[in-house]
Design a binder for this molecule. Sequence first.
Ligand SMILES: Nc1ncnc2c1ncn2[C@@H]1O[C@H](COP(=O)(O)OP(=O)(O)OP(=O)(O)O)[C@@H](O)[C@H]1O
Ligand SMILES: [Mg+2]
Length: 473
Amino acid sequence: MADTAKHLLLVEDEAPLRTAVAEQLADHGYVVEQAATGEEAVARLADFAFDIVLTDLRLPGLDGTGVLAAALERYPDVIGIVITGYGTVKDAVEVIKRGAADFVTKPFQFDELLHVLTSALEQRRLKSENAYLRSQLEARYRFEGIIGRSRVMSDLFQLLETVAATNSTILITGETGTGKELVARAIHHNSPRRLHRFVAINCGALPESLLEAELFGHVRGAFTGAVGSRQGRIEQANRGTLFLDEVGNMSLAVQMRLLRVLQEREFERIGDPTTVKVDVRVIAATNSDLGRMVAEGTFREDLFYRLNVIPVALPPLRDRRDDIPLLARHFLDKYAAELRGAGASGNGSAPAGPQMTIAQEAMRCLMAYAWPGNVRQMENAIERAVALSLGRSQIEAGDLPAEVQQAALPPPVPDVPFPDEGIDFDGYVRAIERELIRRSLEKTRGNKGRAARLLNLKRTTLVEKLKRLERGD
Ligand SMILES: Nc1ncnc2c1ncn2[C@@H]1O[C@H](COP(=O)(O)OP(=O)(O)OP(=O)(O)O)[C@@H](O)[C@H]1O
Ligand SMILES: [Mg+2]
């Protein structure tokens, strides 16, 4: 079971109005977070997929239009509602044009706001997504099929553009599934070597002797089983790019031979003393810590420095959650198109059909999960979800793998033993309450108003609970 409450971000600089609206919304079942400035709102949007963003139009600094744009850019399905001043119809028309679902005019009755929210939620269920916004996103946050909008990824795109043109050796590091091979291919395709081959070899998949023969090639009779002569991968990559995957898994002997290739761009085939000259660009990748291997003596230090000329570190997905909505959308488009294509095979072109979307609730699960298998694991999860959602136009939280669904749930109740005579239910509940309240007050240094907000409770409710806990009933 996932969390189905509606999450709303309220952006309003007038504190009394903001608190009052937040409290009433909370009473109506919304989970509300408050931001006093546009900048604060944008920061919150980076790591949480709200269902609704309710923002005042006039704010000091970044205004409501800016908040709306930032929200829609990340989550084209988010509902944006703008609070405008009295008599500013022109502003209202403008925000609708920019993608807001609706607006309310100050001063407003709470019921009016509630009505706007309810009908916008209803409308979103019916409406398919804004294809225009989607196409714009695609172009801005990608480099040769690498998707990303987080700070690290934008910096990476810039670095790739610069280094692609050079011949420098590159060492790509990152956990499994972070896109190391994807990056290596992108570099090759943006380099002047793109007309020649990109040759990949997985150094971890072969035993030492085979790896050596694969890399350097051999002549007939060089070793038992060498029936013919064979060109090695290094030669095949001449004038192109050689991708040494899992480079940390090579034996010290192969490391030494490879060092020479990097230093002199020359080598000998196995069983043949003739020196072969090559012109290759080397890109290596690893998910081991080569620095540590050097310290432990399992990786040659000189080779490490030869490889690590331009280090490219790909951070795990959990450290760049800001990329998750965009990646999810990218894979959704990919697999939804495949599905349509498969359905239409035999009868010509695929039916256009409505674009598939991801429920914000499902997005919250995607953003909360730790993704030990990084982008690859997420791609698989989306592919599976698309298959399970057959016939629906939206991915729901229930379409995601169980462990991903659970990520967005509050942490489980601490381990409570159940003796035969039963437990003190009220006592346990009070203890949990007391602990949550204690932590919220600790975090806000005793400020009851802010503590109540952290707990999504009314201040009066918090004060009431505090009194009760003090009384011990
Ligand atoms: N930023 C990204 N944008 C789009 N697709 C990505 C991105 N990063 C990874 N992928 C996709 O995720 C999958 C795994 O990527 P890749 O094979 O490059 O990972 P890797 O780091 O080489 O993993 P491993 O260490 O397990 O070999 C591929 O399908 C790739 O296209
Ligand atoms: Mg790989």
